[in-house]
Write a protein that binds this ligand. Sequence first.
Ligand code: ADP
Ligand code: MG
Length: 322
Amino acid sequence: MEFDLIEILRGRCASSRADVRVGIGDDAAVLAPPMGHELVAATDTLIAGVHFPMSTQPEDIGWKSLAVNLSDLAAMGATPAWAMLALTLPSAEREFVERFADGFAALAAQHHVALIGGDTTHGPLAITVSVFGFVPPGQALLRSGARAGDLVFVTGTVGDAAAGLRFPFEGLFQNAASTEACDTLRARLDRPTPRIAAGVVLRGTASACIDVSDGLLADVGHLAYQSGVAIDISAPALPASPALLQAFDGRERLMLQATGGDDYELAFTLASAHENGVLRDLSKIGCGATRIGRVFEGAGVRLLDANGGEIALTRRGWDHFA
Ligand code: ADP
Ligand code: MG
């Protein structure tokens, strides 16, 4: 039974790559990393009911489990290549695995990622994916390089995924938003877009980078801490999607943007001399980015209103142990 399930995954997700000498089927994979590059590795676990609502479709779980991992590679400026999948299933349900594999494979194909191995066990639904990619030597984007005077940016828009979590059931309207806006927000939660191409544009130029998984302020806080700097974020500058603008306003919208998790956009810092060039290069690949703040000497992150006054917040983002 376990072998049937592995065969389903192999059939849909083990796309061929010349650098995979031995893939799924032996005791371990044998890989040929490209000469002269550095290997970048990341892993993330998704637990049913914690990292995605129990009502999430299997295709979306498959997509998201790869997407959150590819987002970590994007934040490093790495080009993805390989993935491994440790799948814990409550039952050997063929249909679930087929649909999961379809979602996983759809995103894997976009980035030429090959599934090279994994493990299949029995227990409460949990998915651990590991991903591997490459960067030119010394060019990985770190959290630690921000310097006083740098500008802070974020790709795309923030707050959509957290807003999508407020619409768990189709047709349930809690406010004035249209069905279309609710679906858009929900899709941002279920099918995040890892910003791989943006990471490649930023590598070698951005001074620091992190992906927004826990919430913008929380993640910018990690970047500030690891860089040993202070960061001010301008609340009115935070980018919002048309769907978010329609569905929420005022303080509630700001909270979603500043502290909602699961957006998987990239927050990054740049010396101001690079601003125009980087924004132009990002727009060439169809990725918008917005200037949202500035780096100072000191420590900590502040959220400021239009007059420069600090906005006090009760929470900054997700912490699984808080
Ligand atoms: P072993 O007992 O030697 O660990 P397994 O039966 O666990 O072997 O796995 C057999 C092969 O199938 C291995 O190549 C392994 O990497 C692959 N595999 C097992 N589960 C998965 C999975 N969920 N996704 C991808 N590959 C898997
Ligand atoms: Mg095994």
